[in-house]
Write a protein that binds this ligand. Structure first.
Ligand SMILES: Nc1nc2c(c(=O)[nH]1)N[C@H]1C(S)=C(S)[C@@H](COP(=O)(O)O)O[C@H]1N2
Ligand SMILES: [Mo]
Length: 249
């Protein structure tokens, strides 16, 4: 991850906020402030560009023969088990929260959208990796369809499972939500998601570590703040074990 020279950036933004007018530019301090502003701006651009860069994609022959299940590998809920047995005919993914048009999308509706297929490497903090091929619509398509309100700053992923008695959830910022490789996957290696890997829907947020890739999705919720969700740290493992919210790789 790119390390932003924070103080430089803040000084730079302050200088820009002052209007960067001619009077400031005339003084020696003003000129050096403007230089700092320019450097900060460049650093910010570099950091944003790095976060938008695509992660490596692999060839079909490089896919791992098995993609293990980790964390929850099932959902202990009669509705879930019945849906699983029948191919999830009544499963709906809600898009809600700070959106103009809340949605409730069936699997068929998600599959009818333009699809992205990507072969990527999953890295779990527990020390294993696997390469898999994921298919599904980009999250950006769903957010555009529901039309995010301007106050929205984070996307919360709600899951059907509980772990240690708590609902699993995760959240990402809008840069990751709109990243081209951030998809709502319904398939792994060309087949519907297996139960252990999050059937029927899971997030793939390829610039982040494994625990951010929420499985068993029930809803996508746009929020202005993460404070009132779970314990306020933005995710299950963040709340329970102090994992970093920003798990960029
Ligand atoms: N709903 C839910 N999502 C989850 C988890 C979980 O327990 N529940 N575990 C996370 C962790 S730590 C990892 S490494 C990946 C594992 O994905 P896999 O089961 O497909 O290997 O899912 C992540 N998403
Ligand atoms: Mo993980």
């Amino acid at each position: 991850m790119v390390d932003l020279p924070r103080r430089t950036l803040i000084a730079g933004i302050a200088a820009l906020g002052a209007g960067a007018c001619a009077r400031i530019a005339e003084s020696e301090t003003g000129r050096s402030l403007m230089r700092v502003a320019e450097e900060g701006h460049r650093a910010l651009h570099r950091a944003l560009a790095a976060r938008q860069a695509l992660v490596r994609e692999y060839a079909p022959s490089e896919r791992s023969p098995t993609f293990r299940g980790n964390g929850s590998v099932t959902v202990a809920d009669p509705f879930y088990q019945d849906q699983l047995a029948r191919g999830f005919p009544d499963w709906r993914l809600e898009v809600r929260g700070l959106v103009e048009t809340p949605l409730a999308l069936s699997l068929a509706a998600l599959k009818a959208l333009p699809q992205r297929r990507q072969i990527t490497r999953h890295d779990c903090v527990e020390g294993w990796s696997a390469i898999g091929e994921w298919t599904g619509p980009q999250l950006s398509r769903l957010l555009d369809a529901a039309r995010l309100k301007p106050e929205a700053r984070f996307i919360v992923l709600r899951c059907a499972d509980t772990l240690y008695g708590r609902p699993y959830y995760e959240s990402i910022d809008l840069v990751d939500a709109y990243h081209p490789q951030t998809i709502i996957a319904h398939s792994l290696n060309g087949a519907p998601l297996p139960e252990q890997n999050g059937a029927p829907l899971r997030l793939r947020v390829e610039r982040q570590l494994g625990y951010k890739h929420a499985k068993y999705l029930t809803a996508i919720e746009a929020v202005a703040s993460l404070d009132a969700i779970g314990e306020g740290r933005g995710g299950f493992w963040e709340d329970v074990a102090g994992y970093q919210w920003y798990a960029g790789i």
